[in-house]
Write a protein of this length. Structure first.
Length: 349
């Protein structure tokens, strides 16, 4: 069974400098392990064992973890240019913030270069979202998302924060450019993202200046009707944002490039029975990339993983975590994640 969005993988030219950005600007302060080795688990995808540096970190306030990849034995293949809304594949990393205005104010003079003002998106009569975008390392587009519930006319409490990371709650979603919206909605429903939170239509002016495109754009925000059933309380299920454009180009953002090259490279889902899920999904049309295999980072994570691709080639990893720091998921949650979240939300770490 698939339970939640577990982590998002980003390819980078330099793990150290990229993690420094996400650590200082977006609160991913806690390291969960770093390894450099010939990644034999990826041999079915590459035809060889690529040597890579892999780094995991998490935001103590919750949400999926961040996994960074750096090719070490071959030069990285850079994208031909910035991603556009009409492109196919992983286009955007969503980060939830507690106070968007406060974050924007504190970000002045930092490496976070926000252009434009926040836009508002009404989910229903009781909830609205505010959002703004900027370009992170390797040109990855990042959307800051503030979710507000209740009467929007009432004054909101402002948290005094000494660092940008104190405003950040973790990864909220990923945006995926798709060629067929209905087909992709059906596919992600198989992965448990079966609840359409909202659908919006945008014209080129309202989508600019971050991504230019010609034609009409529709986005479909998907969540999980079951929420998160994972063994880690930091995972809230997550959201998938499907983006479809009529008109414009249809370039896959990883065309001619490899897993782990610069950009958003994968979506990883927390799963149990990886073998059964892999067989179910490939029988339903997912393209197999790496059949289920056990992995072990020693002191770091270990468990079972598998890779497959969605209809537009987006790499999806299924992960059944057996242990981390020699702790089972249950004890990792009790002894590490819950205390870290408690202390972070009170500004103690």
């Amino acid at each position: 069974m698939i339970h939640a969005l577990q982590h998002v993988g980003l390819g980078t030219n330099d793990v150290v400098s990229t993690w420094k950005f996400y650590k200082e600007q977006l609160g991913f302060r806690f390291e969960m392990g770093e390894e450099e080795y010939p990644v034999w688990e990826l041999k079915p995808m590459f035809g060889r064992e690529p040597r890579m540096r892999i780094h995991n970190s998490f935001n103590p306030r919750g949400g999926p973890t961040l996994e960074l990849f750096e090719h070490r034995d071959t030069p990285p293949r850079e994208p031909p240019g910035p991603a556009g809304w009409a492109d196919l594949g992983l286009l955007e990393l969503g980060i939830e913030v507690e106070d968007l205005d406060g974050y924007i104010e504190r970000s002045r003079g930092t490496k976070v270069q926000i252009n434009g003002n926040p836009s508002e998106l009404r989910v229903d009569s009781r909830e609205r979202w505010r959002r703004v975008r900027f370009a992170g390392p390797e040109g990855v587009w990042i959307e800051l998302l503030e979710r507000q519930s209740g009467d929007p006319s009432l004054p909101r409490s402002r948290r005094r924060a000494s660092t940008l990371g104190a405003f950040v709650r973790g990864i909220s979603h990923v945006a995926i450019g798709v060629s067929d919206l209905g087909r992709s909605e059906a596919f992600w429903a198989l992965l448990g993202f079966d609840r359409k939170i909202l659908e919006e239509s945008l014209d080129p002016r309202s989508a600019a200046p971050v991504h230019a495109f010609l034609g009409e754009m529709t986005t479909s925000w998907l969540g999980r009707s079951r929420g998160s059933g994972g063994r880690l309380s930091s995972l809230d299920g997550g959201m998938i944002k499907l983006v479809h454009c009529r008109g414009g180009r249809r370039r896959n953002v990883f065309e001619g490039r490899r897993f782990g090259d610069p950009g958003i490279t994968e979506v990883a889902l927390d799963a149990s029975d990886v073998w059964g899920e892999f067989e179910r999904l490939t029988a339903s049309g997912a393209r197999p990339l790496v059949p289920p295999v056990k992995f072990d980072w020693g002191f770091g994570p270990s468990g079972t993983l598998a890779y497959l691709a969605d209809p537009d080639g987006v790499v999806i990893e299924l992960v059944d975590l057996a242990r981390m720091f020699w702790l089972s998921p249950r004890w990792l949650d009790r002894l590490v994640l819950r205390p870290a979240r408690f202390l972070s939300r009170r500004g103690l770490i």
